[in-house]
Design a protein around this ligand. Structure first.
Ligand code: ATP
Ligand code: MG
Length: 268
């Protein structure tokens, strides 16, 4: 395999007037002795879609999971550096993880609806957070399902089990469940990889429509998908962010050799 000079990098910092919602500084993530993320500095703009791309094992999921501390759930992980959200380091002691995850929601690769009805999938966490008003819950169910482009298909069967839905519908239900909490940021790890092209198209459309209200960071293996839906793209390689720029530039005029080779399909 070709060796790249990993110091050959190009990372935009977003100009000062840009509205940065989340930012990492010199972020390192370790699993035991294995350093999976080796000092990543990236800033994410509000109400934009940012795609994280790169070959398998380069640290995309690790980086994404660290942003709302999902890595806390994995034994032997260590994180150094900063993840700044609203002026606070996500890893600092005063952060209530449960509350923070309401603000920074996550959707995983495999649709993972609860073994409950469609309605209860969306209201479960809200009820746990103390929401009891039936009318309000009904409203949130309707708006979240509409935003996730699922309402028309399920409005007459909200009591049906979520597992009776198709894979693509289940994934949109998981997106609806995440946005019902009204997060600021939605993190998605390859949300369409288990779906057929038609469901993938619907999920992509859903995300593009959501960006007026949410800031989205999405990991994807699918470069066409990154090119279609994202405003910014970061190319990860061997635990480093090698190149970060406007998506159009990454796919038409990349500045580093590694990025150019990857986006033109030479490896990965
Ligand atoms: N739960 C874990 N425990 C230990 N090591 C892990 C764990 N998850 C990932 N790693 C290691 O961290 C490195 C980065 O993996 P990660 O899953 O973040 O890559 P990725 O870019 O998401 O890959 P893929 O495209 O295959 O999903 C790899 O060396 C992997 O073996
Ligand atoms: Mg991954």
């Amino acid at each position: 395999m070709k060796q790249y000079n990993l110091d050959d990098r190009h990372i935009i910092t977003l100009e000062e007037e840009k509205n940065i919602i989340l930012q990492t500084h010199d972020l390192h993530v370790y699993y035991g002795k294995n350093e999976a993320i080796k000092g990543v500095d990236l800033a994410f703009e509000k109400n934009k879609i940012t795609a994280l791309i790169g070959p398998s094992g380069c640290g995309k999921s690790t980086y994404l999971r660290s942003l709302n501390r999902m890595n806390d759930e994995i034994a032997n992980t260590k994180i150094t550096g900063q993840i700044m959200y609203n002026g606070v380091d996500v890893n600092s002691k005063e952060v209530d993880v449960y509350e923070m995850r309401k603000r920074i929601g996550m959707v995983f690769q495999r649709p993972n609806p609860f073994s409950k009805s469609i309605y209860e999938n969306i209201t479960f966490a809200l009820k746990r957070h103390g929401e009891k008003d039936k009318k309000k819950l009904d409203e949130i169910v309707e708006t979240s399902l509409k935003q996730a482009a699922l309402w028309d298909q399920v409005k007459d069967s909200l009591d049906k089990s979520a597992h009776a839905l198709s894979g693509g519908q289940q994934q949109r239900l998981c997106i609806a469940r995440a946005i019902a909490m009204k997060p600021d940021i939605l993190l998605l790890d390859e949300p369409a990889s288990a779906l057929d092209p038609i469901s993938t198209g619907t999920v992509e459309e859903t995300l593009v429509n959501l960006k007026d209200q949410y800031s989205i960071v999405i990991v994807t293996h699918n470069m066409q998908q990154a090119a279609r839906i994202s405003d910014y793209t970061a190319f990860f390689y061997l635990g480093h962010a090698i190149e970060y720029d406007n998506t159009r530039k990454i796919f038409t005029r990349p500045k580093t050799q590694a990025t150019e080779d990857y986006v033109s399909g030479h490896f990965g």
